[in-house]
Design a protein around this ligand. Structure first.
Ligand code: HXC
Ligand code: NAP
Length: 274
């Protein structure tokens, strides 16, 4: 239990001491690694998502390591519930310093087969949910004249991607929201950034996006670095963007994709061309 979580190894001890951080979807995958990193560096972390069982891994580890973590059951699609959650956290802690909009839903489906409910399910979680959280937590940050948001998007927000029209459209909206809030709220001391990871393993992504080894291999071979990211590697960059080292960065989107958006090479081995 001595080990610092991998994502937190690059930042000074106590770097988020006295900060209150909210991470949506913070019980699994990337959100869990961001939450572990923030908590190990001193933050009080509140994770929020629909399923209480998803919260126990962080809560159990927090008890064992003496981290300040708590969890709330929340569906980010419900604006009234998000508002109540934001108000309750602000009342309990006296402030909210960090919001990580990480919650998402996704699956691969040809656009012509996507039902309107399927479209709404993903748009509701990703775009509506990010907006509701940004607005309701943001109102507390505006009062404090201090705060920051980090929104998790994907590179297909600007490239598009066959099979994920819903998620790509929602992430594009989140990116536009990030830049808008960065410009609108900068004078109130609030930063807003985004991070665009390439593929990394999480239960949700594996179940919905690469459900078998063959699909996974095809994806991996198209990535110039020839491997998926780890959630810890992506979380390390999230922590860097949230840390004082990034105090002058706002409205930015950091790509962490092993080169995957650099384009399909015409020559896989230029050395063999003569
Ligand atoms: C087609 C599907 C579907 C699928 C659900 N639907 N899965 N349609 N293909 N695989 C349809 C349903 O049939 C229904 O439409 C509608 O979507 C809503 O489904 P529900 O199951 O009722 O939705 P809900 O319970 O709200 O669940 C949301 C969810 C689910 C998005 C569908 O997968 C979820 O909770 N996901 C969370 C975890 C997750 O997805 N993580 C991956 C993150 S990776 P009808 O018409 O039948 O009523 C990521 C970026 C990856 O986001 C980027 C890689 C580079
Ligand atoms: P994940 O483990 O499936 O995480 C998704 C989280 O969102 C879960 O903890 C889930 O918790 C929560 N969530 C879903 N719907 C919610 C709702 N309506 N209200 C509140 N919480 C909700 O997947 P992940 O791969 O780590 O994804 C994390 C982020 O990275 C997402 O924004 C995703 O789009 C992004 N991303 C992932 C990849 C990848 O390759 N994995 C690549 C690029 C970007 P509950 O089920 O408890 O609600």
């Amino acid at each position: 239990m001595q080990n610092t979580p991998p994502a937190a190894r690059w930042l000074p001890k106590g770097c988020f001491e006295n900060e209150v951080a909210v991470v949506t979807g913070g019980g699994t995958g990337l959100g869990l690694e961001i939450s572990r990193g923030l908590a190990s560096l001193g933050a009080s972390v509140v994770i929020a998502s629909r399923t209480a069982e998803h919260h126990s891994a962080l809560l159990d580890e927090a008890r064992a390591r003496g981290w300040k973590c708590e969890a709330r059951v929340l569906d980010v699609r419900d604006t009234a519930a998000v508002r109540a959650c934001a108000d309750a956290i602000a009342a309990q802690h006296g402030k909210v310093d960090i919001l990580v909009n990480n919650a998402a839903g996704n699956f691969v489906c040809p656009t012509e087969r996507l039902s309107s409910n399927a479209w709404r399910a993903v748009l509701g979680i990703v775009l509506d949910g990010t907006f509701y959280c940004s607005q309701h937590f943001g109102r507390h940050m505006l009062k404090q004249k201090r705060g920051q948001m980090l929104n998790v998007v994907a590179t297909y927000a600007w490239t598009g991607m066959p099979g994920v029209a819903h998620s790509a459209s929602a992430k594009a909206g989140v990116l536009a929201l990030t830049k808008t809030l960065a410009a609108e709220w900068a004078r109130h001391g609030i930063r807003a950034n985004a991070i665009a990871p390439g593929p990394f393993q999480s239960q949700g992504a594996q179940r919905n996006l690469w459900p078998n080894a063959e699909v996974e291999r095809e994806i991996r071979e198209r990535i110039p670095l020839q491997r998926f990211a780890t959630a810890e590697e992506v979380a390390a960059q999230c922590l860097h963007l949230l840390s004082p080292a990034s105090a002058y960065i706002t409205g930015e989107c950091l790509v962490v994709d092993g080169g995957a958006t650099l384009g399909n090479p015409l020559w896989s081995d230029p050395g063999s061309v003569r």
